[in-house]
Every structure is written in structure tokens, then in C-alpha cells.
Design a protein around this ligand. Structure first.
Ligand code: MG
Length: 308
């Protein structure tokens, strides 16, 4: 059998037409290009992403995701309007806890927290937190994993302060991404949202993938910001949802969600239906492989009227 000395491909038995001779098959194109493609993959794209985290980039939205139940927008809809920018009042934080608050972080230690390993053999394991503590704040140390409270909570008032890195690093969802995962499921997004275009339901103070904030009350990167979150836990009867969760969020003193109904657990590029869980679950802070700072975290269980 005759073979092409360059490609090693056996010569075809029937004589090819002129048209076939001048237009090699797609398979032949792929065969000829394969060494070049492999060399490019090995020498450029993959190592470049890993070597320079600040080169990471993310889409500014999507037009192929499912519609959010009850809304006219898709999850992370690229055409969803961005909330107007509001300049918050000057920072008066840190906001000290009232006497009945449970202090989750006072700037000195992470004794109220566990960490879930993220990579390699540690993946999924519960560990001692390794986020760095410095100058009264903690830093989400990239790649170490989310931290979550040892204590569990249901209906709460939560105060937390955060700051995204002062230096621009990455864009869209890679710039200063963190998150407050209430009950380890319902995320109030943390992101550098000044001059950082991304999908509206993924910017700072969004209920991630569900609702943008009413306004963008963000401060500049590197400046401390405050969230005051009032959260009403969902109620289940066995596998059945009896009452969804609701959340109110005040961002830097500005109301950005007013008892907004949550759609379900957080998801990326999709939405998820309710999944039963306990009446109290940990509060979790997201490690999104970006060094976000946090400080002054305290929580109160919501009270009831007419209770002694
Ligand atoms: Mg996040």
C-alpha cells in the first residue's frame, strides 16, 4: 500500500477527483495541525493562566443560561440592567457589636470557624482555618478553601465588613470575588464593583445569580465596606418547602434588598430548586481564589415579639 511519506496516511485506492485533491478532508487538516495545537497548548495558554492570577478573565454575562423562575431574565443575563451607582456616606466602621451579639471575628483569632479543604488530599476535609490574620482583619488566603462557623444559625441579623484588594487583579468575576454564604447555600456576593463590568446578578451585594442589588452602593477597591444582612431561613416539612427564605441587605448604609424572596441555593450559570436542610446551618465565607479581606463580624439571632 502506498503511503504519503510526510503524513504516513495510506493513499486512497480510487483516484481522487480534482476537487478532492485540492481540498483535503477535515480529518487530514486535523492530523496535520495536531502537533502544532499540542505545542501551543503546552507552551502558552494553560501555564499562562496558572502563572499570572491577575490575567484571569471571566465573561461579562451570558445569553444561553436558563431563565430565572418568575423573572424575565436569564441567570447572569448579559443584557440585564446594572443598578445605578450611589455614593455611600463616609465610612464610620468598624461598627461594634451590641451586647447580645455573638462575635464571630473580632480581629484576633478564628476560633469560631472551621475551614473546608479545597485542593488535593485536603479537598472536602474539615480543617483548622488557615486564613491569614493581620492588623485586625482576616484575609481569604487563595486556594485554602471556604471557612464556616462552628455554630449554626437560622433567622439572623449579620454584620460583616470586607474590602477587595486595592490593586486591580483580574476582571469581572475574578476581581475581588468573595461571598457571604448564609446557611452555606445562599450567597450575598462580594466583588469589586467599581469600574468592573460583570453580570448584574453577580455584582457586589447581589443575591448571586438571582437578584442584582437595587443600587450599587460600592466603595472603591481597597476601602472597607459593610453589609448588614437580615435573613429569614426557609422552612421545610420533610422534603417539602413550606416557606422560602427572605433577605434584606444594607450595603454601606444603603438598602439594596428589601425582604427579597430567595429563589433557591446559589448556583453558577444555572438555578437550583430548594433542597431541605436544617433549621440552623453555618455561615460560610467563600474562598474564590482571590485575597479578599474581612473584619468585625457579628451576628444576632432574630427575636420574637412578646417574649420574656
Ligand atoms: Mg462570590
Amino acid at each position: 500500500m502506498n503511503t504519503n511519506p510526510t503524513t504516513g496516511i495510506p493513499a486512497a485506492a480510487p483516484k481522487p477527483s480534482r476537487d478532492q485533491r485540492e481540498r483535503p478532508t477535515p480529518a487530514l487538516y486535523l492530523f496535520l495541525a495536531l502537533p502544532l495545537l499540542l505545542a501551543l497548548a503546552a507552551t502558552t495558554s494553560l501555564p499562562a493562566q496558572a502563572a499570572d492570577p491577575c490575567a484571569r478573565t471571566a465573561p461579562r454575562g451570558y445569553d444561553d443560561t436558563p431563565f430565572i423562575p418568575g423573572q424575565e431574565w436569564r441567570v447572569h443575563d448579559i443584557s440585564r440592567p446594572h443598578p445605578p451607582l450611589v455614593t455611600p456616606a463616609p465610612l464610620t466602621a468598624p461598627v461594634p457589636p451590641p451586647s447580645d451579639a455573638i462575635v464571630l471575628f473580632d480581629g484576633t483569632d478564628l476560633s469560631a470557624w472551621n475551614q473546608r479543604g479545597k485542593r488535593g488530599e485536603e479537598r472536602g476535609k474539615i480543617l483548622e482555618p488557615r486564613w491569614k490574620i493581620e492588623d485586625g482583619h482576616m484575609e481569604a488566603t487563595p486556594g485554602t478553601g471556604d471557612i464556616f462557623t462552628k455554630e449554626k444559625f437560622g433567622d439572623i441579623q449579620l454584620h460583616i465588613e470586607w474590602a477587595s484588594p486595592a490593586e486591580v487583579c483580574g476582571d469581572s468575576q475574578w476581581r475581588g470575588n468573595g461571598g457571604i454564604m448564609i446557611m452555606q447555600r445562599y450567597e450575598i456576593q462580594v466583588l469589586d464593583s467599581i469600574d468592573n463590568p460583570t453580570y448584574a446578578d453577580g455584582q457586589a451585594a447581589s443575591i448571586y445569580g438571582q437578584w442584582p442589588p437595587l443600587v450599587n452602593a460600592s466603595r472603591k477597591r481597597g476601602e472597607w465596606q459593610g453589609y448588614d444582612i437580615i435573613f429569614e431561613a426557609p422552612e421545610f416539612d420533610g422534603d417539602r418547602l413550606v416557606e422560602p427564605a427572605y433577605v434584606t441587605v444594607i450595603h454601606n448604609g444603603v438598602l439594596v434588598h428589601h425582604r427579597q424572596q430567595i429563589i433557591g441555593p446559589v448556583s453558577h450559570r444555572n438555578w437550583r430548586d430548594w433542597e431541605p436542610h436544617g433549621s440552623e446551618e453555618p455561615i460560610q465565607i467563600q474562598d474564590h481564589d482571590v485575597p479578599v479581606l474581612y473584619r468585625n463580624i457579628w451576628v444576632r439571632r432574630l427575636g420574637e415579639y412578646d417574649r420574656k
